[in-house]
Write a protein that binds this ligand. Structure first.
Ligand code: ZN
Length: 83
């Protein structure tokens, strides 16, 4: 019995040890999720859109939500993209 417990502890330790502190492993997926949020802009407009918006019929340029906000794009009032 004690051997099994020791094995279990070793297994847990090997799972935790290789990575950085636990807090950062919890933060990373969330940050990636926010960065991978993609919205679409047009060549001439100043709004960003959700995929499939009718304003994207002429041009649709994929851009990350953060980039769109950083470049001064505002959310479209028709398709209501994420903010
Ligand atoms: Zn739109």
């Amino acid at each position: 019995m004690p051997k099994k417990i020791l094995l279990l502890i070793l297994l847990c330790a090997s799972l935790v040890m290789p990575g950085a502190p636990v807090s950062s492993t919890f933060q990373t997926p969330l940050a990636q999720q926010q960065q991978s949020q993609t919205v679409y802009i047009t060549r001439t407009g100043h709004k960003y859109h959700r995929v499939g918006c009718r304003y994207l019929s002429h041009s649709s340029i994929p851009i990350s939500l953060r980039e769109a906000e950083a470049n001064g794009y505002a959310p479209c009032s028709i398709c209501n993209p994420p903010q």
